[in-house]
Write a protein that binds this ligand. Structure first.
Ligand code: ZN
Length: 107
């Protein structure tokens, strides 16, 4: 099996538990969100929004050291999490994006 830097086949044909999103993750993210209850990006914009998602600042791509490094974790609201992922995966165009940068269907 060969793997290139751009190979994301680790995402495929693996259950979420095998990718690390198992029970331990569910517990850890719950604790993290309790400690970081507000979206960090909204906070930076002067807004107060409840964080719902723990995001990996550096995509872990299956790297368990990155995955469990809480310094690499960021509490985000659903909107910011999705917008971060949109940008990260822009090359793969998971949704059409309008002229203002907002994916169509969001407004
Ligand atoms: Zn936010």
């Amino acid at each position: 099996m060969t793997a290139s830097r751009f190979d994301d086949s680790w995402r495929k044909d693996k259950s979420s538990t095998q990718r690390g999103y198992g029970y331990k993750w569910q517990q850890s993210r719950k604790i993290f969100l309790a400690q970081h209850p507000l979206c960090e990006r909204c906070k930076a914009e002067g807004k107060v929004t409840v964080a719902e998602v723990v995001d990996h600042i550096i995509p872990h791509k299956g790297d368990m050291k990155l995955f469990w490094d809480t310094k690499n974790w960021s509490a985000l609201c659903k909107w910011h999490h999705d917008s971060v992922k949109q940008r990260e995966e822009a090359g793969r165009a998971i949704a059409p994006v309008g002229l203002d940068g907002v994916p169509e269907g969001w407004t």
